[in-house]
Design a binder for this molecule. Structure first.
Ligand code: AMP
Length: 327
């Protein structure tokens, strides 16, 4: 985001956790730092004053959402790029499901009572947990064993911290979009897959040895790598993005503006099941800092998500329509 903004000629200010200061000071495209111990400090007067002095626009990311609750995010007194109200729909499992269902996306079945687990099921934590503490299970007894292990490790408190969903086997794909309310156009920015530990390591262990392991594998995201979809799937990808944008306009005004990601899996019949969405920029866009195979079709220059966001801000600023792209 910061590199893209700098390339577009904007001043860049990073609200930075103290522990990350060393890392980000290595880069020359950051003009100013606001150091915090936790992102909750964005609400402090001191931090908001500095942001306001800079006439800043805040671009939310996953860690911000993980550290602040919806009410806190909504009370930030600096314009937020995109729609801050939809971030509540990302963090709240019921609202999230409603938005996906009403967008007519194909969603894996929810299992509301662990006693009803009958087939391969994934137990997930609420919010942007990054896959840590997730596990797979096939029946209630096994579920209890794994749940209790996570409780004893202090990762969860109990059943209410877990959300059970039918496990869909296939090729995982994370569809990255940008929607501009200025020209009312949806752009596909890229597709990626995630590398998750240590579930990925399981494939390297022979089944015989797996059987003897008393260990609950996790889905902790470590890295992303690029994907290019079979071209015949693209039409549906755009339709899913458009359905999501249209439904968001209806359910969460002003709608899904700016970057977002639809996350799911293609099954054996190439049917896409959406298990999540992120209503803001996702880490997977980092790999396309010089553009993706999809942005190359629309732009005659390298276009990253960060640069696209900055360009939107510049266009809106010139046209006097900044209120259209912020909340
Ligand atoms: P999430 O936090 O929902 O993005 O999930 C983290 C990871 O869990 C995903 O990247 C997938 O590897 C896996 N996952 C989540 N839901 C499902 C599902 N319904 N079927 C298969 N894998 C899933």
């Amino acid at each position: 985001m910061l590199k893209g903004a700098k390339d577009e000629g904007l001043k860049t200010v990073l609200v930075c956790e103290k522990k990350r200061e060393g890392l980000y000071k290595r880069f020359r495209f950051i003009d100013e730092f606001i150091i915090v111990n936790s992102f909750k400090e964005i609400l402090d007067k001191n931090c908001q004053d500095k942001l306001q002095q800079n006439k800043s626009m805040l671009i939310p990311h996953g860690t911000l959402i993980a550290q602040m609750n919806s009410k806190e995010i909504e009370s930030i007194n600096v314009p937020i790029f995109g729609n801050k109200w939809i971030l509540r729909w990302e963090s709240d499992r019921k609202l999230k499901d409603k938005l996906m269902q009403e967008s007519s996306l194909r969603v894996p079945k929810t299992i509301s009572d662990p006693k009803d687990i009958q087939s391969l099921t994934i137990a997930k934590r609420h919010g942007a947990a990054g896959g840590k503490g997730y596990f797979m299970t096939t029946n209630y007894d096994d579920y209890k064993k794994k749940r209790d292990k996570l409780i004893s490790q202090g990762i969860i408190n109990g059943d209410s911290d877990l959300y059970l969903q039918e496990y869909i086997s296939g090729v995982l794909a994370y569809l990255q979009f940008f929607y501009s309310p200025l020209n009312e156009e949806l752009e596909l920015f890229g597709v990626d897959k995630r590398h998750e530990s240590d579930i990925e390591g399981l494939a390297r262990i022979p089944a015989e040895d797996q059987k003897g392991l008393d260990h609950v594998p996790s889905f902790n995201v470590i890295a992303n790598s690029p994907l290019v979809l079979r071209e015949s799937l693209l039409d549906e990808v755009y339709s899913m993005g458009e359905q999501f944008v249209n439904t968001s306009k209806r359910l969460v005004e002003p709608g899904m503006n700016g970057p977002f990601c639809i996350e799911g899996v293609y099954d054996e019949n190439a049917k896409f099941y959406t298990f999540e969405f992120s209503a803001r920029i996702v880490a997977g866009t980092n790999m396309y800092i010089n553009g993706s195979p999809y942005t190359a079709l629309n732009y005659d220059e390298p276009m990253s998500m960060g640069k696209r966001i900055a360009r939107e801000i510049k266009i809106a600023s010139k046209e006097g329509t900044l209120d259209k792209i912020t909340t």
